[in-house]
Design a protein around this ligand. Structure first.
Ligand SMILES: [Zn+2]
Length: 451
């Protein structure tokens, strides 16, 4: 923000650089859509500021009015207008959602449930820590809440979790709440689930050019209006900032690629570092960061770290043999062309792990009318390609925001390289009902209050 000359603090009354909303009207005007400031207007404001820069008082007044301290460096040196400040500078889902809206909303929701005896803190923390359906990628950032946690004492209505823990918690919230609240229905419960939809669309790897921004806008508007109704006077500027996400999605595509998770990880080093050297701090830190990066980005044997850079593809053989009776019966059903050479417990391709028993989305287009989900029974290799042999899944119903499914006996196969939606999903069984969450995904399926 400072690089682009905008006022940084949300304490400023002109708190949104994208439009002219004032902080005092954030909550009151949450249902209004103000026009975005465009590049022409931005330049006009900068010109106006530069004209009065020798008159401190007028400059200060204008600067407060526009929320602009100075012209963006990008605009100053970009004479050919290749960089559109008002479109290419944007709010990111990590700070706005994971460190803002989701934290505030989840904190208030938990507090509400505790106050109304829907569950106890011990039950919530117990279910979150013992939840057995976190997948391989989620387990690294598994959320953990303290039983003695006093949410009321948390600064800014937050919850003491890292961004990724908040992400994992929110993606699994529908399941965790089903375990906790069983079949209860109440208003606060309905609206907190909208967060999962919003997060899912904001972290999708692919989005539909028209449908996705439209759906995201509807979900955000619904969320904000209903949140205000439920928790009056608790709204923060970030609730308004996320109203600019659908526009950004329309302009640049999936918001997953504009979030700050990777850059935040990079500057953790500088934030956490302590030094007693005051002579040439930038040089010391630049040198030390190089060493640090070499250490964390590589395993002990010199190979690239699987945690930081997803590293090489991996595969682990399954204990089963190809002459196993059950396996032979299965492959006879699908008429396998090439005999399998090996059976795998899991494979890692481009940083994504596919296990035996995971769910894959075998839809042949990005956003079909109804997605095709399947349960992987075997992962095999025919010498050249990885092949998934799977049981077909029938979607029975849509229990917002997840699918209720049934696993059928029909067995089919598909090449790994033919998957359009690459992320691996999971089958969750709660009280004997089978669920699949198609998250993150560019659109939502099923009946929604906001549609
Ligand atoms: Zn705004």
């Amino acid at each position: 923000m400072s690089l682009h000359g905008f006022k940084e603090s949300t304490a400023a009354n002109q708190c949104c650089f994208k439009c002219d909303i004032l902080k005092e009207f954030i909550e009151e005007g949450i249902h209004h859509d103000l026009d975005d400031i465009d590049q022409i207007e931005y330049k006009r404001r900068c010109n106006q500021l530069e004209l009065v820069q020798h008159d401190q008082c007028t400059f200060d007044n204008l600067s407060i009015k526009y929320g602009v301290n100075s012209r963006s460096l990008f605009d100053r040196f970009d004479r050919l207008d290749h960089f559109n400040i008002m479109k290419q500078v944007m709010y990111d889902p990590m700070h706005t959602l994971l460190e803002g809206v989701v934290q505030t909303h989840v904190n208030l929701f938990i507090q509400y449930c505790l106050d109304h005896n829907h569950f106890k803190m011990e039950e919530l923390s117990d279910i979150i820590s013992k939840f057995k359906f976190y997948d391989t990628n989620e387990i690294r950032c598994k959320p953990k809440l303290d039983m003695d946690l006093d949410l009321k004492k948390q600064p800014n209505n937050s919850i003491p979790l890292t961004s990724m823990q908040v992400y994992v918690l929110c993606m699994n919230f529908p399941f965790i709440l089903k375990l906790l609240l069983k079949s209860s229905t109440f208003y606060a419960y309905t609206i907190v689930l909208t967060l999962t939809d919003i997060l899912s669309m904001c972290f999708a790897t692919e989005v539909h050019r028209i449908k996705s921004p439209e759906l995201l806008k509807k979900a955000i508007d619904y969320h904000n209006i209903e949140f205000r109704r439920q928790y009056t006077k608790k709204m923060k500027p970030k609730f308004h900032f996320m109203k600019h996400f659908p526009g950004a999605m329309k302009d640049v595509g999936p918001l997953r690629y504009t979030n700050c998770l990777a850059t935040e990880r990079k500057h953790q080093f500088f934030k956490a570092g302590k030094t007693k050297n005051f002579i040439n701090l930038p040089q010391t830190f630049a040198y030390r960061r190089g060493l640090w990066s070499a250490l964390v980005n590589h395993n002990q044997d010199g190979t690239q770290s699987h945690n930081v850079l997803h590293g090489d593809d991996e595969a682990k053989l399954s204990g089963k043999r190809t002459n196993d009776n059950e396996f032979q019966n299965t492959i006879q059903m699908i008429n396998l062309q090439v005999p399998p050479q090996a059976l795998f417990k899991f494979i890692v391709k481009n940083g994504i792990q596919y296990n035996e028993g995971c769910v894959i989305n075998t839809s042949t287009e990005h956003f079909p009318k109804s997605p095709t989900l399947d349960l992987v029974k075997y992962i095999i290799n025919d010498g050249i390609n990885f092949v998934f042999i799977y049981q077909k899944i029938k979607i029975i119903d849509y229990s917002v925001p997840v699918f209720i499914v049934q696993v059928t006996d029909t067995v089919e196969q598909c090449l790994f390289s033919n998957l359009v939606y690459k992320l691996s999903l999971k089958l969750v069984i709660i009280f004997n009902i089978r669920y699949v969450a198609l998250h993150p995904y560019g659109i939502v399926y099923g009946a929604r209050a906001y549609l």
